[in-house]
Write a protein that binds this ligand. Structure first.
Ligand code: GDP
Length: 428
């Protein structure tokens, strides 16, 4: 997707996450100079297959698997340093060259052990279905202006003051939730003094480095985590994540000016999945939903939780296209639908006798929404070996044309399997 006019590209999930962004970023990283994460934390799990080798990345940008590509973790990410080191060690053990290629924004906030304690003890976290990794509480502290940033590790006196405030607040939360756990300033400081010598060598003014890269017309790929419908502003609030997953978040979370972003690729599955609670109008609560889950292996990369499965939702896709200003779509997991005799695409919601074509902000409307479907015939043969648009069965093309029409965004890529080579570039 990079060319002389597109030098900065944002890749976002255009549903509820797990769309297969990791694979797309991996494929596109080949053409990139930089790959950047801009929000979220270790709750996101990107799965990338190179040959038969499976790599699950939580915090390190997927570009790391391409030698020579520089990778950055932006200021908008909340960083779990212990998890980061585990990930780096795994990559090094696989022979991936990480040293000198991975940069961490000195403004990124740190997920502290007490954030995880608070997350685990909070009934609100459980109701929303969070991953319990301390991401939400870390973002809360960031907004409440008592967060600890990477750069604070350089100043032990300031660090201690911040930790005291954080621990004090965490203990109030733990007491309120009825938990017997307590956070400790000394233990937290010991944890941080262990982390600092390993993390500080990676710390960088990432916003400055990326802005310089933009000026030099380097190819920048900014990878979103989770999906647009989990965006704290534009998603199905309160069943959302704590950050801006959409393209706007790429600018603030990487420190790159919005005017420097040239294109946005929205990744959608050929159907819909959602993990955790919250509305999902096209959910299939029946045997077919289970079949899609089984064929698509729809279990979370981070938590192993089964994902809820349903038909492709054109209302969601069109909304995501609008909020993100998508310039192209990548449709993944088409192969998962290979055996189904009949496929449905949601064209609108019927709510109290009225047809809704715009995705509403009010969850009550979504709970009452009755999806309206177009029904199309399945292709009932394998698409796994398709490498060009014309290799696809006629019914699959028809399905994709309709999906494209409903989304209002041209399809650029179709993914037909987990492997790097199982992809169709429609323009190739
Ligand atoms: P991400 O967070 O958006 O990167 O998504 P995940 O990594 O959680 O989930 C995507 C899963 O789908 C991974 O296991 C991928 O290997 C797999 N995947 C990606 N594209 C395809 C595809 O076209 N077909 C199939 N069958 N699996 C795919």
């Amino acid at each position: 997707m990079f060319d002389s006019s597109v030098r900065t590209l944002v890749v976002v999930g255009a549903q509820w996450g797990d769309e297969g962004k990791g694979k797309l970023v991996d494929v596109l990283a080949e053409q990139a100079d930089w790959v950047v994460r801009y929000q979220g934390g270790a709750n996101a799990g990107h799965t990338v297959y190179v040959g038969e080798q499976k790599t699950v990345l939580h915090q390190v940008p997927s570009g790391i698997l391409h030698p020579g590509v520089r990778c950055a973790i932006g200021n908008g990410v909340v960083l779990d340093p212990a998890q980061l080191f585990v990930e780096i060690e795994k990559l090094v053990a696989q022979g991936v060259d990480v040293v000198g290629r991975l940069y961490v924004s000195d403004r990124a906030h740190l997920v502290m052990p007490y954030h995880k304690q608070v997350d685990g003890a909070s009934s609100a976290s459980k109701a929303i279905g969070t991953t319990g990794r301390g991401i939400g509480p870390c973002y809360v502290d960031k907004v409440a202006r008592r967060g600890v940033r990477v750069l604070d590790l350089r100043n032990p006196a300031r660090l201690r003051t911040l930790v005291e405030a954080g621990v004090g607040h965490a203990n109030e939360q733990l007491v309120a939730s009825g938990s017997a756990l307590r956070a400790s300033v000394d233990e937290t400081m010991a944890f941080l003094s262990d982390v600092a010598p390993r993390l500080l060598p990676l710390a960088e003014d990432v916003g400055l480095a990326l802005s310089n890269a933009v000026k030099a017309r380097a190819a920048l790929l900014l990878e979103g985590a989770q999906g647009s419908l989990l965006d704290v502003d534009h998603g199905t609030y309160p069943f959302v994540t704590s950050s801006n997953t959409t393209v706007g978040g790429a600018a603030t979370g990487a420190g790159v000016p919005p005017t420097a972003l040239h294109a946005a690729l929205g990744v959608v599955k050929a159907y819909t999945t959602r993990v955790g609670n919250g509305p999902m109008p096209t959910e299939l609560g029946d045997a077919l939903g289970e079949e899609i889950r089984r064929i698509g292996n729809e279990f979370g990369a981070t938590t192993g939780r089964p994902r809820r499965c349903g038909w492709f939702d054109g209302v969601v896709a069109r909304y995501a296209a609008r909020v993100n200003g998508l310039t192209a779509l990548a449709v993944t997991k088409l192969d998962v639908l290979d055996t189904l005799p009949e496929l449905k695409l949601c064209t609108g919601y019927l709510v109290d006798g009225e047809l809704l074509r715009e995705f509403p902000g009010d969850l009550d409307l979504l709970e009452r929404a009755v999806p309206q479907y177009d029904v199309l015939p399945g292709w009932r043969r394998s698409t796994a070996d398709a490498r060009r648009w014309d290799d696809l069965p006629g019914e699959a093309k028809r399905y994709l044309y309709r999906l494209e029409e409903l989304s209002g965004t041209p399809i650029r890529y179709v993914s037909v399997g987990t492997r790097r080579d199982q992809i169709i570039d429609v323009k190739a």
